[in-house]
Design a protein around this ligand. Structure first.
Ligand SMILES: [Zn+2]
Ligand SMILES: [Zn+2]
Length: 206
């Protein structure tokens, strides 16, 4: 599986395309659906679905438009499903005072679920703390971490659904994983890194 990072604009949340050369998933459609569709078309990729790492507005920003254009299903962890339809929970009202919601998800995810891409699978890892239903997506050699961990640091836990103890447990789970199965990590904001490098840094916080 290959991961393409699309140019970041607006709220500075990263949007990725995960593909196998034929079929693709878009992860966290934070940028214009036109840019996403152009990138898919240029590579001849067929979109299979939209994966969300969590329900914050900046990560779901153009999910509805992309769905309306393509008709593909939207995936989110069951515990973040409520955020898509509630501007207080997805934090848009907190930051702007305005309303922003999208239609509810088509597929609710749980820890350990697998999503097929051709003959390969993407595995869902539930990593709560930044939000209740934050997940990392494991492609086997890469981990898409959303706002759970970044190349340098971790996601805030003071917004709706945030929980510092849950985040600590999730980071410990990722630290343990890094000891035996290192991964490239593609994060919700900022640069990519490796899981081992990123979790090594977090030992100074927790
Ligand atoms: Zn977030
Ligand atoms: Zn974010």
């Amino acid at each position: 599986m290959e991961i393409i990072s699309l140019p970041t604009v607006g709220f500075a949340s990263n949007c990725f395309i995960v593909h196998n050369g034929k079929e693709a998933f878009v992860l966290d459609p934070s940028i214009s659906e036109k840019t996403i569709l152009k990138n898919l078309a240029e590579r001849g990729l067929v979109l299979k679905g939209i994966l969300l790492t969590h329900g914050h507005f900046d990560h779901i920003w153009r999910a509805q438009e992309l769905r309306d254009e393509t008709g593909v299903p939207l995936y989110v962890h069951e515990l973040d499903a409520e955020m898509l339809t509630d501007a207080d929970k997805n934090a848009y009202r907190t930051f702007t005072g305005n309303d922003f919601t999208i239609e509810k998800a088509d597929v609710l995810l749980h820890d350990g679920d697998t999503i097929s891409l051709g003959d390969e699978v993407i595995t869902v890892m539930h990593t709560p703390g930044h939000t209740k239903g934050s997940v990392c997506y494991d492609t086997g050699d890469s981990l898409l971490t959303g706002d759970t961990i970044f190349a340098q640091g971790f996601g805030r836990y003071d917004l709706y659904g945030g929980d510092v103890n849950a985040l600590k447990t999730s980071i410990q789970k990722l630290t343990k994983m890094a000891e035996t199965e290192n991964r490239w990590i593609f994060c919700g904001h900022g640069e990519s890194s490796t899981l081992r490098q990123a979790t090594e840094r977090l030992k100074y916080y927790f």
